[in-house]
Design a binder for this molecule. Sequence first.
Ligand SMILES: [Zn+2]
Length: 258
Amino acid sequence: MSHIPMVGLRHDVDTGYDFTHGIEPVSRLEDRNDARSTFFVRVRLLKGHPERVRILERLQDDGWEIGLHLDNTVASPKEPSPQEELEELTLLGFRVHGVTPHGGLYGFKGWVTWEVMDSLGLDYMMGYPPFPKHHRTPIIGPHHTIDFLVKELGARKGVEVLLQRLDSDIGERGYGVVLMHPLYMKFSVGPSLTFNAVKVSRRQGLRAYVLKQVDRGFKALYTLLGVRRVGEAYTVFLREARDRGWELVRIHDILNTR
Ligand SMILES: [Zn+2]
């Protein structure tokens, strides 16, 4: 195990907004804090968008890691196979070491998704507990999502709780992991009263759907008001983490030095 505590920085790239409003500011901020991170990307966002590919290429050249944010988490025959998603990303020239599940299309489906990710034969995978007992691919995690913490507790308290949780992870495993969605550099996560809406998808019925739309409206309003944006919380977090002497790294780096 490494002597310097490590915190892996993970970003899930879910939408076009992440490219236009999130990825570049987040990487500049990390650069200023001597940090590097991993961007997990949905391959379908790159189709017909060479400018998005170029953004990621530049990041890879400058020491960031590009990983697979898997859409087909259940290996459905209706979508390109998980293997095809991986191949597409690799063919674009990205050195893919790890995979994370995207929540929007099929979402994380427990052992089914673990098995699908394991079948890709990558260097590591990430998901949600309970972790499987039998698997070949090393698992990194669990992780803490700063966006959810800011939404639930506000920026100040959210960062405080995040640092406490990382402290305890580092004590237990020698490392911690933080997830931040890049679009929240600009966009607000909205108020805590719609916190439960972040966990529902359109497939879960009308009530859940309405809740999600209400949450969207609040997010737009809060974004206009300039409150509860994660960018400020992430800035404070990076500084505090550095002050504690933690090394802020790509997910792949955790694996290499464990
Ligand atoms: Zn996602």
